[in-house]
Every structure is written in C-alpha cells, then in structure tokens.
Design a protein around this ligand. Structure first.
Ligand code: IPE
Ligand code: IPE
Ligand code: MG
Length: 255
C-alpha cells in the first residue's frame, strides 16, 4: 500500500521479531527479565507508532514454541509480563481502533493467561484501524503441521478432494488465516534468521535487520526500516525494471 501522506510504499503487514531483550539487560548488569520488562514498554510505543503511520496489520513475535526451553524463572517472568501488558494496554488499543488477536498454541499457555487473552481480544474485536497479532507459543512449522492435519481430516471425511487443496485453502487453515502476507519483517539485535516466524506468510516479504536491541528500538529505528522498505524494488518473480524509489513515487502519483 501507499502512505497517503508521504506517497511512499508502506507495508500492509509488518512483522517484527523482537530480539535482544536478554543482551540489553546483560550489558547493563541487570537480570534478563529486566530486558523483557523494558521490551514490553517498547511494544506499547511501537504499536502506537505503527498505528500513527497507518500500517493496517502488525504481527509481533513475542514468544516462540522453542522459548519454552528457557530457564523456568525466565519463562515464568515472561508469562507474568503478558497479563500485565494486556491489562496496561487493552483500553488504549480499544481507543486506537486496534484489534488484538493471537497466533500460536495458546492452549499451552498457563490457565491464568487464558482469561486475560480472551478478554483483551473480545474488548478490541471491533477495532478497524489496525490488527495487532501477538505470536505466542508460536512455531511456523507446527502451524503448518496442524493445518495439514485439519485438511487430512476433511479429506478422510470426504468433504474435501485432494485436488481442491491449494495455497488459499492452506492459508485459510493457518493460525494467521485472514491476515495478508507479510510485506516487511524486521528483526532486531543483529540476528539474521527467521527462527520459525510466519515462514509461509513471509514467502515474499522484504527482510530488514538492525543491530539495535529490542529495548532500544524506537520511532527513529522504525522509520529507518520503513524508509528502507520504501526503497526496495519488489518483483515477485517478475521483471520489474530497475527503477529508483523517486521514479516509483512519481509513478504512483500519476497512476
Ligand atoms: C527476545 O529477546 C524476547 C524473547 C525471545 C521472548 P531474547 O530474550 O531472545 O534476547 P537475547 O537474544 O537473549 O538477547
Ligand atoms: C525468536 O527469538 C523468538 C522471539 C523473538 C520471540 P529467539 O531469541 O528465541 O531466537 P533464536 O534462538 O536466536 O533463534
Ligand atoms: Mg534472542
């Protein structure tokens, strides 16, 4: 999509792999959990900034399926942080017109989290300005496996023919059903990998990496990433001529 103010391309769906909370804290001689706390504050600010910039879909990788393997105290601290985050933000999200949803194996989260998650999703269900998806206990490959199981059940029941299975059907079975493909994935803390984040949905996404730790990520960092995205030439397998961003901007004004 095109940003109506700057006329620059803006991602319709932005994904962020929020990494580096632990290192941010360790560098300060603080416990890793202090990094997660600061990271949660940054989530509030970045959600607001994305909303202000008019990005309609934002998905944040908050806790991966593999993160269950971290030391028990760190996992517990993260699980304590989530209801606090929801409690602190749900009214603001509602006011901003942000609809909250979750992707991942939410049933694996502690029972005490189930209520606050359901309440926050219900409270914000009418939000039309932006959809914020939290990937929690999420793993892309597990999601694909689950989708395949659902499809296999339908085939076995005779309600679906194998030749009716196509990309659209598969996408509809994923936990991200209804969300558009990712246009831009930002990863912080200098790591250049996807770590099982929305892999099918990121098939054609632009990837952007910054050395900043997530607790240091701010509006300037966000705008830098969006600026880089605006200058990328997306081809989707085609042969778009090499044009620079200025030329593309003027084209979008004419067209
Ligand atoms: C990201 O920060 C937050 C989660 C994965 C929950 P990390 O905790 O992975 O921070 P580093 O990578 O150890 O610095
Ligand atoms: C990915 O970060 C998961 C989240 C940001 C929630 P990790 O820190 O867990 O990923 P790896 O272990 O470096 O791949
Ligand atoms: Mg990490």
């Amino acid at each position: 999509m095109i940003d109506s103010r700057s006329e620059r391309p803006l991602p319709t769906h932005l994904g962020i792999i929020m990494d580096g909370n632990g290192r941010w804290a360790e560098r300060r001689g603080l416990p890793r959990t202090a990094g997660h706390e600061r990271g949660a504050e940054v989530v509030h600010a970045v959600v607001r900034a994305c909303r202000e910039r008019g990005i309609p879909f934002v998905t944040l990788y908050a806790f991966s399926h593999l993160n269950w393997g971290r030391p028990r105290r760190e996992v517990e601290a993260l699980m304590d942080l989530l209801p606090r985050f929801l409690d602190d933000s749900v009214e603001e999200l509602h006011e901003l017109g942000v609809r909250l949803r979750v992707a991942g194996e939410v049933d694996d989260l502690p029972p005490r989290l189930q209520g606050p998650i359901a309440t926050a999703c219900a409270r914000t269900a009418g939000g039309e300005a932006m959809t914020l998806t939290l990937a929690l206990s999420y793993g892309a490959r597990r999601d694909v496996v689950q989708a395949m199981r659902n499809i296999a059940v339908a085939v076995r029941a005779g309600t679906l023919l194998p030749e009716q299975i196509d990309e659209e059907l598969l996408r509809g079975e994923l936990q991200t059903a209804g969300l558009p493909d990712l246009d831009l994935v930002i990863r912080t803390a200098g790591e250049m990998r996807l770590s099982d984040f929305l892999m099918l949905e990121a098939a054609h996404a632009e990837l952007y990496f910054t050395d900043a730790f997530w607790p240091d990520f701010d509006d300037t960092e966000l705008d830098r990433a969006l600026g880089a995205y605006a200058r990328r030439v997306r081809r989707f397998g085609g042969v778009t001529p090499m044009v620079d961003a200025a030329e593309r901007r003027s084209r979008s004004r004419i067209g």
